[in-house]
Design a protein around this ligand. Structure first.
Ligand code: E4P
Length: 218
């Protein structure tokens, strides 16, 4: 399973990259706003700065919601760097734009996926990734992981190459369960990735090893 980090914070992206397990980055307009990135030039420069840190797969979301403007904005975002994946929302004009842009060879991450039907549409339109938001489904007492499992099964039935990118991942159990059910990618905050490191028996075990080594060598 690929690990993407879900942030526009350059320090966090660098920290995850330095850990050696990062496969990409997802951003969205809320995450860019959180970092205080405003204005077309600053947004472009920020995406470029992210691309300069990681090896591939930097999702950059369009703001436009009508076909013509999604397509032109998507083309502009894709020109920033070969690592850019244009993120397009699951709306009617978005589906049309996914078809148009993917036909030009631009990789698309279709975002705001909340049903299997939406995931089928995005795959048929040619999206490289679909992003079902599992945390937001859990928030409304709907099983987000069950949706991931359903989409993985449907894509397997038909050999769709679209990758299932579990988004809105809130904790380490989400991440592990995504791996269990075969999500291709999970995008999550830095603390969820580093949360996988933690086990008290590891800390206790290491302390004992080091103490024994010190005793034997003193
Ligand atoms: C990623 O592509 C999504 O934008 C993100 O995971 C949404 O997460 P949230 O529900 O925690 O805002």
């Amino acid at each position: 399973m690929k690990f993407f980090i879900d942030t526009a914070n350059l320090d966090e992206i660098q920290e995850a990259f330095d850990l050696g397990v990062l496969d990409g980055v997802t951003t969205n307009p809320s995450l860019m706003a959180k970092e205080g990135i405003t204005g077309e030039d600053n947004v472009r420069n920020h995406y470029k700065a992210i691309c300069d840190i990681v090896d591939n797969n930097v999702s950059a979301e369009v703001i436009a919601t009508d076909f013509d403007n999604i397509v032109s904005e998507g083309r502009e975002l894709a020109k920033i760097d070969d690592k850019i994946v244009v993120k397009i929302p699951m709306i009617r004009d978005g589906v049309k734009a996914i078809k148009a842009l993917s036909s030009e060879g631009i990789r698309i991450n279709c975002t705001l996926i909340f049903s299997a039907g939406q995931a089928i549409l995005a795959a048929k339109a040619g999206a490289s990734y679909v992003s079902p938001f599992i945390g937001r489904l859990d928030d409304i007492a709907t099983d987000g992981l069950a949706l991931i499992e359903q989409i993985v099964g449907i894509y397997q039935n038909y050999g769709y190459e679209t990758e299932v990118l579990a988004a809105s991942v809130r904790h380490t159990m989400h991440l592990i369960q995504c791996a269990e059910i075969g999500a291709d990618v999970a995008t999550c905050p830095l603390n969820v990735i580093t949360g996988l490191l933690k086990h008290p028996l590891t800390d206790i075990g290491l302390e004992k090893f080091l103490a024994d080594h010190k005793k034997a060598n003193s």
